[in-house]
Design a protein around this ligand. Structure first.
Ligand SMILES: C[S@@+](CC[C@H](N)C(=O)[O-])C[C@H]1O[C@@H](n2cnc3c(N)ncnc32)[C@H](O)[C@@H]1O
Length: 301
């Protein structure tokens, strides 16, 4: 959604931008090109391979105008100065190189180790979760992070099978799910939600997103814009709730918003558009993986 991101962030010469999910540097390059010749970009990714690729790609055209670090965007405010950025981008989820590399273990379509770590310095892998978590813990992960209706049944089957043989590969897990929930007539592979849920849990994606949104607001200048691209409703809900909270011109104590008990306050952010922006038809044709993408844009007041 490069065109939509550029439209939202309106990069300009001299502007300072942060890309918390630099990945293959597609968006980063577009921001640097649009802010030529003097725009600056601070970028990060928790994936070491992505950081190397991004640095190499950006150095070809934009040497001296960017800094890329390996790290979690939830820690951006630790190295990007407060109130210094005109725009911040978070393009969430996994990248195509991650999904397409069987050895990273993200895909049920190719066999590989059950890994799923975006940052391979981290200890917790998907195999560890699948082999060590209790049936209740697994069911909770499948339900909360995947919306999987058969969460309990799948979790019980995993616990049963791992007593015979530990889970080591993506194929082993995908085959178990397929065996107990055959694919016949279904559009998506029956393991889709389980794999998504495990990935979100292994990488603490929801926790990182909540902290990352806070960090993004901290490093934005007044009038600076935050663009967030989400890929599933769980992420989108976190962004929507964060936006709703920060755009309100009042606070309330307790869990329920009682109009008589509201305390006025100045809102911190405003929505650029009430509704999420979806990819255009061209992009959907060229990149079918973008079909579930949604862009939301907030401006700091
Ligand atoms: C959809 S890709 C980004 C693609 C990128 N915008 C581009 O144009 O090539 C998502 C990237 O975000 C990274 N990522 C996801 N969560 C992260 C986090 N909490 N901190 C840093 N990077 C993260 C992933 O490793 C992945 O490389």
């Amino acid at each position: 959604m490069a065109a939509e991101v550029l439209e939202a962030l309106k990069p300009r010469p001299g502007g300072r931008y942060a890309d918390g999910t630099v990945g293959g540097a597609g968006h980063a390059a577009a921001i640097l090109a649009a802010s030529s010749p003097t725009g600056w970009l601070s970028g990060c990714d928790r994936d070491g391979a992505a950081v190397e690729t991004a640095e190499r790609r950006l150095a070809e055209k934009f040497a001296g105008r960017f800094e890329i670090r390996r790290g979690n965007f939830s820690e951006m405010a630790g190295w990007i100065p407060a109130a210094s950025c005109d725009g911040v981008l978070l393009d969430l989820g996994v990248s195509s190189p991650q999904l397409d590399s069987p050895e990273r273990g993200f895909s049920f379509q190719q066999d590989g180790p059950l890994d799923m770590r975006m940052d391979d310095r981290q200890r917790l892998t998907a195999a560890e979760l699948v082999n060590d978590a209790t049936a209740e813990e697994l069911a909770k992960i499948f339900w909360e992070f995947g919306g999987e209706r058969e969460s309990r049944r799948f979790a019980r089957a995993i616990v049963h099978d791992r007593n015979q043989k530990k889970f080591e590969t993506t194929r082993q897990l995908a085959e178990l799910i397929e065996r107990i929930s055959p694919r016949a007539g279904k559009r998506a592979h029956p393991a889709t939600k389980v794999f998504q849920a495990l990935r979100i849990a292994v990488n603490d994606e929801i926790g990182a997103l909540k902290r990352g949104l806070e960090a993004a607001v901290e490093i934005l200048k007044p009038d600076g814009r935050l663009a967030v691209i989400t890929f599933h409703s769980l992420e989108d809900r976190v962004v929507k709730e964060f936006g709703r909270e920060r755009t309100r011109d009042y606070t309330f104590s307790g869990a329920v918003d009682v109009p008589e008990l509201r305390q006025p306050r100045a809102p911190e952010l405003k929505w650029l558009a009430r509704k999420a922006i979806a990819p255009g038809e061209m992009e959907l044709k060229e990149n079918p993986r973008s079909r579930s993408a949604q862009l939301r844009v907030l401006e700091k007041i």
